[in-house]
Ligand binder design. Structure first.
Ligand code: GLP
Length: 247
């Protein structure tokens, strides 16, 4: 794992955006997995800025978001689809037909997850997965558990995860859906490259656990230790609990 630490969250987010832009310019038809959450918002801002300045062309790229709430979809307030529209899709030249988000409103969720997995495979798999990390170590919505699902699947969200997402639902965690659809840990780990972005003091403990602790499905992000091409982009606060000079 290659760990880079920046003084501020904004600088870390810009660095993550630069990594994405680098991948995109080396391979314009990049297939990239995208995260939601507060952490990537400044990264998306930097990507939009780069696009406006002519430094990022998404016209041949394909994106697959990591997850979506069950019961919510395109146009629903609180959905990750709406999040992506307002932070990225509406502002760059990404073809809408190639910007994939799981449909949490699909009448048949089993078909939806199978079709998503098929679409990812047909696109040749992820070249790059850009990830955030949940306070409990989750990736996408792959929650800590004794065993994880390799493929895209339906999950029951843990209470701490519903609380962490309350902001999207007017601060009411009870309003956060109880279930979600998520790309599987196998699909994420098959990405040829990974960029993990984490910022802020609230992530310090889990970042240290994921990067320097033992590999365990109880901390899904720790599985990234086994991936051959991971860049971890942190700000100073998120890096604060890492053992000195380990990286
Ligand atoms: C959600 C998403 C994750 C994301 C996590 C962290 O639960 N499903 O993909 O990494 O939140 O969010 P934040 O960046 O707001 O801490």
């Amino acid at each position: 794992m290659h760990v880079v630490v920046y003084t501020t969250a904004t600088r870390a987010a810009s660095a993550a955006a630069s990594l994405v832009i680098g991948h995109l310019s080396r391979k314009p038809e990049l297939v990239v997995g995208l995260p939601t959450g507060n952490t990537p918002i400044p990264m998306y801002r930097a990507l939009v800025r780069a696009h406006v300045n002519g430094r990022a062309d998404f016209s041949r790229a394909t994106t697959f978001n990591l997850d979506e709430f069950v019961g919510l979809g395109k146009g629903d307030a609180g959905s990750y689809h709406s999040f992506m529209a307002s932070h990225l899709f509406d502002h760059v030249n990404l073809a809408r037909g190639r910007a994939h988000v799981l449909d949490g409103r699909a009448a048949d969720w089993r078909e939806e997850i199978a079709a998503y997995e098929r679409r990812i495979r047909r696109s040749g798999g992820l070249d790059l997965a850009v990830l955030g990390i949940g306070g409990n170590g989750h990736l996408g919505f792959n929650e800590p558990a004794e065993a994880l699902e390799a493929q895209t699947h339906r999950v029951t969200l843990r209470p701490e995860t519903r609380r962490a997402n309350a902001q999207l639902f007017g601060g009411r965690w009870q309003a956060v859906p109880t279930h979600a659809l998520s790309m599987g840990i196998g699909t994420i780990l098959r990405a040829r490259s990974v960029v993990l972005l984490a910022t802020g003091p609230a992530k310090a403990r889990i970042v240290a656990r994921a990067l320097s602790g033992r590999v365990s499905t109880r901390v899904p992000a720790s599985l990234l230790q086994a991936h051959p091409d991971v860049v971890v982009v942190l700000d100073r606060d998120a890096a604060a609990a890492l053992p000195a000079r380990r990286f």
